[in-house]
Design a protein around this ligand. Structure first.
Ligand code: NAP
Ligand code: GCO
Length: 267
C-alpha cells in the first residue's frame, strides 16, 4: 500500500487559529498556510490583529484577521457566522489563545484563577461548540487544543494555568468521545518551554546579572538542552491538521525536547 505525501497537504482547507496574532499561534498558522490552508485568526485587540495581518502578509500569507474574545459566546457565534459568510466553513480549529498568571496560590484571587480558566478552558469549549456544527455538516473536522506540559505537571505559582491546561486535556478526550463518529479528530499539542513573550520572564537575568534560576532549571531538565522556538511546533500542527492523522484521536503530542520524560542533569 503506497503512501501519498499529499496526505500532509491542507489545500482547500480553512483553518482558524485563535489568538494567532503572534507567538506560537502565528507560527502554527504559518505552517498550516505553507501546507496549503487558508488562515483565519482572531485576537482581542484590533491593534494586535493589524500587527498579525502585517506579519502574515510579510510571509506572503493572505490571512483573515478578526477581533474576537474567545470567552464571549455571543461574540464567538457572530465571529464564526461571519467567517462562514466571508471565507467558508472551518475545517481545522486550533484552540491556541491563552493566558498565564504567575503568583503564589495564596496570593491568587478567585478572579485571577477564573480569568485564566476562562480563557484557557472555557474559550476552547465555546469556540469548539461554535465550529463543530459546520464540521459535522462538511463530514470532517480537525480540532487541535494547545495544551501544555502543565496538562501533566504542577509547578508553584501557576495554579490557574495548570488547572486549565489539565482540564483542556480532558476536554480533548470528551470532544473525541462525542464527535469521533462524525469524523472529527480532536487532539492536543503540548509545547514545552518555548521562547515567546509569555515565557520571557523565565529567561530574564536576575538584577545582579546572574542567570534566572528558572532558565537554569529548564536547561537542566530538557534533553535537547535548549528552549523551543515557535517554529518547532509547525510540523506537529500540520500533521494533526492533515489527513495523515485521520486515525489519530485524543493524542496529546508533546513538543518539549523530551522534558516530560527526563530526570534532568546537574548544572
Ligand atoms: P502569548 O504570546 O501570550 O499568546 C497568546 C495569545 O492569545 C495572544 O495573542 C493573546 O492576545 C491571545 N489571547 C489572550 N486572551 C484572549 C482572548 N480572550 N481571546 C482571544 N485571544 C486571546 O502565548 P504563547 O506563548 O504564544 O502561547 C500560545 C499558547 O500556547 C497558549 O495557549 C499557551 O498557554 C500555550 N503554551 C505556551 C508555551 C510557551 O512556552 N510559550 C508552552 C506551552 C503551552 P494579546 O496578545 O492581545 O493579549
Ligand atoms: C511556566 C511556563 C510554562 C510554559 C508551558 C510549559 O511558567 O512554567 O510558562 O507553563 O508556558 O506551559 O509547557
Amino acid at each position: 500500500m503506497s503512501f501519498n505525501m499529499n496526505n500532509f497537504r491542507l489545500d482547500g482547507k480553512i483553518a482558524l487559529v485563535t489568538g494567532a496574532a503572534h507567538g506560537i499561534g502565528q507560527a502554527m498558522a504559518s505552517g498550516l498556510a505553507h501546507a496549503g490552508a487558508t488562515i483565519v485568526f482572531n485576537d482581542i485587540r484590533q491593534e494586535m490583529v493589524d500587527k498579525g495581518m502585517q506579519a502574515y502578509a510579510a510571509e506572503g500569507i493572505n490571512a483573515r484577521g478578526y477581533v474576537c474574545d474567545v470567552t464571549d459566546e455571543a461574540a464567538v457565534d457572530q465571529f464564526i457566522k461571519r467567517v462562514r459568510d466571508e471565507v467558508g466553513i472551518i475545517d481545522i480549529l486550533v484552540n491556541n489563545a491563552g493566558l498565564i498568571k504567575r503568583m503564589p496560590m495564596l496570593d491568587m484571587s478567585p478572579d485571577d484563577f477564573r480569568q485564566v480558566v476562562d480563557i484557557n478552558l472555557n474559550g476552547p469549549f465555546i469556540v469548539s461548540k461554535a465550529v463543530i456544527p459546520g464540521m459535522i455538516e462538511k463530514g470532517h473536522g480537525k480540532i487541535i487544543n494547545i495544551c501544555s506540559m502543565m496538562s501533566e505537571l504542577g509547578r508553584e505559582t501557576i495554579a490557574g494555568y495548570a488547572a486549565s491546561k489539565g482540564g483542556l486535556k480532558m476536554l480533548t478526550k470528551n470532544v473525541c468521545a462525542e464527535f469521533g463518529s462524525a469524523n472529527i479528530q480532536c487532539n492536543g499539542i503540548g509545547p514545552g518551554y518555548i521562547a515567546t513573550p509569555q515565557t520571557a520572564p523565565l529567561r530574564e537575568p536576575q538584577a545582579d546579572g546572574s542567570p534566572n534560576p528558572m532558565n537554569t532549571l529548564i536547561m537542566s531538565k530538557t534533553p535537547a538542552n535548549r528552549w523551543g522556538t515557535p517554529d518547532d511546533l509547525k510540523g506537529a500542527a500540520v500533521f494533526l491538521a492533515s489527513d495523515a492523522s485521520n486515525f489519530v484521536n485524543v493524542h496529546i503530542l508533546y513538543v518539549d525536547g523530551g522534558m516530560l520524560s527526563y530526570f534532568g542533569r546537574p548544572q
